[in-house]
Design a protein around this ligand. Structure first.
Ligand SMILES: NC(=O)c1ccc[n+]([C@@H]2O[C@H](COP(=O)([O-])OP(=O)(O)OC[C@H]3O[C@@H](n4cnc5c(N)ncnc54)[C@H](O)[C@@H]3O)[C@@H](O)[C@H]2O)c1
Ligand SMILES: [Fe+2]
Length: 384
């Protein structure tokens, strides 16, 4: 079977990546819109991008009204500013929320209309030039052909996709992740772990995505815990930044599976951050996932060194699962109850969540393909 692998045209990584990327960034247009959130200003991260632009004599404007995971309304506001300021390219600085907003903004700025108009078809036309600078080691959005935007009318997280929204320039400079607090480090790092675990065990995996996924799993297991307990550890932060990028490349080309499929409806209805809802689901989904895919989970167990080459597939897969579950425990991920979700409301929405999960197509990429009833059972297990 033939495969294609999409990646950004230029990926700058490592210490000093922003400085090195400066001339390539500024060549993209005459005036940049920096798409960011208020915390990035507070932590001094925006100032670093501004300094780089100033040293290249490049004009810019700043949109910093991203106040949570992106909605159609935030996209509308960002596009309005982009046009009012006469910008002709965009730089996202922040976590997945800022990068995803920028991608949607780039589509609407070039093609007009509202972001909801682009739902359900591949985005292949020209969009505004984009630069993605992640500040979390998590979503991998800097390298993916996906943007996730909440449709505030229908209360669903829209997954918009297409080759045109892979950012042409990605700047993965670990200096920007240093300020992430432990909870953000944990949520986003476990999101990245889900990306590579799901990509490697997806029905759509291909040889090149396997390479990226295996490398990402190894880096995450070796470094996430250090970043969580010691956020100032530069080397561990650098390794996690690369891992999140690798995991992004893996999943955008191999797709995610049941965890992400079930996670989006929880995020849309109960406003649970993306990484947290994924992490909540790991414990109920992994035992279901491995039964359809022991050999691949066994590879993961052997790659991270918890399983021996002599272990049979089931044993090695279970050892991998145990390691991942211990990481979830170590990082204090809340249950839905601890997060404050109302149980009655959650149970009243089981049918909608299972339907929305299946409509996204992600659960069907799991080797053990779930039925709607099985999805409902797994959602219920979150409360056991
Ligand atoms: N496009 C994709 O491929 C893709 C993949 C996975 C998830 N997502 C989406 O990405 C969004 C989540 O992104 P996220 O998990 O990166 O979190 P986020 O961007 O929502 O950020 C979470 C919080 O952490 C703060 N933060 C981020 N970086 C920080 C830093 N360096 N220092 C201090 N605080 C920092 C932010 O200000 C925010 O308050 C969701 O909307 C999710 O659906 C997209
Ligand atoms: Fe994710």
């Amino acid at each position: 079977m033939a495969n294609v692998l999409l990646v950004p045209h230029q990926i700058f990584t490592g210490e000093g990546a922003l400085t090195k990327a400066g001339p390539s960034i500024c060549a993209l247009g005459k005036k940049a819109l920096i798409v960011t959130d208020p915390f990035m200003i507070k932590f001094g991260n925006v100032a670093k991008v501004e300094d780089m632009l100033k040293s290249n004599n490049a004009p810019y404007a700043v949109f910093s009204d991203i106040t949570g995971e992106p909605t159609d309304k935030m996209v509308e506001a960002a596009v309005e500013m982009y046009k009012a300021e006469g910008c002709d390219y965009m730089i996202a600085l922040g976590g997945g929320s800022c990068i995803d907003t920028m991608k949607a903004c780039a589509v609407v700025a070039a093609g007009g209309g509202a972001i909801t108009d682009y739902m359900g078809r591949s985005i292949e036309e020209d969009v505004a030039p984009m630069v993605a600078i992640p500040t979390t080691a998590g979503t991998g959005s800097e390298a993916t052909r996906v943007t996730i935007i909440a449709d505030t009318v229908n209360k669903v997280k829209m997954m918009l996709f297409g080759p045109s929204i892979v950012p042409p320039v990605a700047v993965v400079d670990p200096q920007f992740t240093m300020t992430a607090p432990p909870s953000v480090t944990a949520n986003t790092g476990l999101d990245a772990l889900c990306h590579c675990m799901e990509a490697y065990t997806s029905r759509l995996a291909q040889p090149l995505t396997d390479t990226f996924a295996l490398s990402a799993v190894k880096r995450i297991v070796a470094n996430l815990s250090t970043c969580y307990h010691d956020g100032k550890n530069v080397e561990a932060r650098a390794q996690m930044s690369i891992a999140a990028l690798e995991a992004g490349i893996a999943f955008t080309n191999a797709s995610v599976t049941i965890i992400h499929g079930m996670s989006r409806p929880i995020g849309a209805l109960f406003h649970v951050p993306h990484g947290t809802s994924n992490a909540m689901l790991i414990k109920v989904c992994l035992p279901f996932m491995i039964t359809g895919c022991y050999p691949r989970f066994a590879d993961l167990g052997k790659a991270i060194g918890v399983a021996a080459d002599t272990d049979d597939d089931k044993t090695a897969a279970e050892k991998f699962m145990a390691k991942v579950m211990s990481m979830v425990d170590e990082m204090g991920i809340p249950t839905p109850e601890q997060f404050g979700i109302n149980k009655e409301e959650f149970f009243a929405n089981l049918e909608k969540m299972a339907d929305d999960a299946l409509t996204s197509g992600s659960p069907q990429n799991t080797w053990h393909q779930p039925t709607k009833e099985e999805l409902i059972d797994l959602y219920k297990k979150l409360w056991d």
